[in-house]
Design a protein around this ligand. Structure first.
Ligand code: F6P
Length: 321
């Protein structure tokens, strides 16, 4: 018998575009005659039975909003077998025959657990970190990239006015993808990412050499996976004599209206996720690859390794002279 009712949740760190994905899931399902239950606050809310029906109009006017109308959380209890069983019971209680889980790798592990207990789940990658290997772009990455660039353009004004070195730490967890994209887009003098070794002394020497050619302000982008941004600013100041300031951009990177790119991709991914559930598929992650929407087995998706775009890193380095 065809599927009658599905659920949708967002979990982990929020990402701009999650709302567009939720809207797409709800509208696709309803247009195919399937009811949708919204699960609030991710797996944390699932085990607390925070489940409400979503109608066509429940998702009106959200496509352009950051954050997530379903709220989100990171659940410790859901990591335990008891938590997963509770989640299954709640799904059964509400007649949820399939669940779309929007988030990052932790969200997909939760989805895998539910699948093992007989609840078909489809994951949609949404995280500003862009650290889901099967996916070229995760929902939220493009928006965060643009937010960081906007912020750093402002920092550049003040760095230039004071002849300063501005070290800017961006998010990304263990991934340097956001830092790399941002660094290339703002023309950073150096980009420090966990994937590539760097030598602070060599960076200091470069600042001195470039200073001698007349440039007096510098932007250095540091991935949070490298860290130590404040200490590095102190060392650079001591070694170069130039004033250095550290800025940790923080959670501002996760907010704001999603870009057209993120809204469009989220709409396509939400649509694809519902089609997978209708086709009787389970345990899959939707992914974007070369402008195509594809899907992978969750286990396979989690074990894949994405090569770091070192060509972009090399270009950024060559241009920062
Ligand atoms: O995964 C998204 C992310 O913003 C990471 O870049 C960052 O390390 C982490 O979440 C921050 O988490 P929290 O919102 O719990 O501080």
């Amino acid at each position: 018998m065809s599927i009658q009712r599905i659920g949708v949740l967002t979990s982990g760190g929020d990402a701009p575009g999650m709302n567009a994905a939720v809207r797409s899931v709800v509208r696709t399902a309803i247009s195919r005659g399937i009811e949708v239950m919204g699960v609030y606050r991710g797996y944390h809310g699932l085990i607390r039975d925070e489940v409400e029906p979503l109608e066509l109009r429940s998702v009106a006017d959200i496509i352009h909003r950051g954050g997530t109308m379903l709220y989100t959380a990171r659940s410790e209890s859901f990591r335990l077998e008891e938590g997963v069983r509770k989640g299954v019971d709640i799904c059964t209680k509400h007649g949820i025959e399939g669940l779309v889980c929007i988030g990052g790798d932790g969200t997909f592990r939760g989805a895998q657990d539910l699948c093992r207990h007989g609840i078909p789940c489809i994951g949609i990658p949404a995280t500003i970190d862009n650290d889901i290997s099967c996916c070229q772009h995760t929902i939220g990455f493009d928006t965060a990239l643009n937010t960081c660039v906007e912020m750093i353009d402002k920092l550049r004004d003040t760095a230039q006015s004071h002849d300063r070195v501005s070290l800017v730490e961006v998010m990304g967890r263990r991934s340097g993808e956001l830092a790399l994209g941002v660094g290339l887009a703002v023309g950073a003098t150096a980009i420090l990412v966990p994937e590539m070794k760097f030598d602070l002394v060599a960076i200091i020497d470069r600042i001195k050499a470039i200073s001698a050619t007349g440039k007096k302000h510098f932007i250095i982008v540091v991935a949070e996976g490298v860290g130590g941004t404040v200490e590095m600013a102190e060392k650079i100041q001591a070694a170069t004599g130039a004033e250095a300031r550290a800025t940790i951009l923080g959670h501002v990177q996760r907010g704001g209206s999603p870009t057209a790119f993120d809204r469009k991709m989220a709409s396509e991914m939400g649509h694809h996720a519902v089609e997978l559930l209708i086709a009787g598929k389970s345990n899959r992650v939707v992914a974007s690859q070369d402008d195509m929407i594809r899907d992978y087995d969750i286990e396979q998706a989690l074990s894949m390794r994405k090569p770091f775009p070192s060509d972009q890193y090399d270009i950024a380095k060559e241009l920062s002279i």
